[in-house]
Ligand binder design. Sequence first.
Ligand code: TXA
Ligand code: MG
Length: 339
Amino acid sequence: MTVVINMRDGVDEEKIRIAARFILRGELVAFPTETVYGLGADALNEKAVRKIFEAKKRPADNPLIIHIARLDDLERIAREVPPEARLLAERFWPGPLTLVLPKGEDVPDVTTGGLDTVAVRMPAHPIALSLIRASTPIAAPSANVSGKPSPTLAEHVVDDFYGRIACIIDGGETEIGVESTVLDLSSERPTLLRPGGLPLEEIEKVVGGVEVHPAVEGKPVDVARSPGMKYRHYSPSAQVVVVEGAREKVRRKIGELVEEYRSKGLRVGVMATETHDADEFFHLGKTEREVARNLFKALRELDKRGVDVIIAEGVEERGLGLAVMNRLKKAAGYRIVRA
Ligand code: TXA
Ligand code: MG
């Protein structure tokens, strides 16, 4: 049985205690963060963390992020906290930035997929913070079955996990809509492992130049450093095609592709920032923030409407756009059309 707790009107400490008890008993609780919903378990309880991997069907070598609510907990999770980590944490926590640091002794190997580093972040969502404070540091990947688009609504979590986890906290739609930015500080130079809710440009203002891991641009790489990179991601059942290029050309190209696929008898969905004629259409919004917020919802929604192909309008790869394009290209299996 799954207890669904409605907290759309804000934090309710009484209800938080119910969810916290599940965590402390080693059960799984899905909860909202400012990025996407997380599937949480006591980060220091090996048996509990194993349940996350089972429920998500996640490969055991793909490590989890530990969510904390106090800076003091950082010392417990990480063996060493370099000065840049402190600077970034002071500047951007709570917020959508995950830091990879040398792993502390208390953290079980299952949590880090056997790595000697650990990923940690302090989320900026009142429900997430209250839940952690009422329980313990929480390991939480995005609350989707492995390979599917990340959840930005409790409904998405219900679709993937109802009946298979102890509790889901419904906190309404998540604000940012793409996952946190993952920055590796365990090696020589700060390295971006995953673009996300905190733009790279913001991080560079604080620590100077950041190396960008080649996988971020979809290049083939040695995956040992972030095993998550090698797995299929964000994929709806429909085939996704991304169209990139100058705005006007992209608009025309999308129109042509719709006709081309339809003439083959396929049902075509379009997700874009302006209206298109297609079997199904999802408006992504106008601003960069709206597009990021709507991205995963659009992929899940068009899939539900039963299209065979999803044509997605590309965005500029800066600011939040870097994270959006990274997710879109992965969803498309790098099927990219240049207009
Ligand atoms: O916004 C987010 O980060 C969400 C919310 C729930 O906090 N969580 C999330 O977790 O996206 P997940 O598990 O879906 O993605 C974690 C990413 C993966 O790409 C994983 O490989 C990487 O972080 N990661 C975790 N620990 C790592 C480590 N020790 N070294 C390198 N990469 C790591
Ligand atoms: Mg994920």
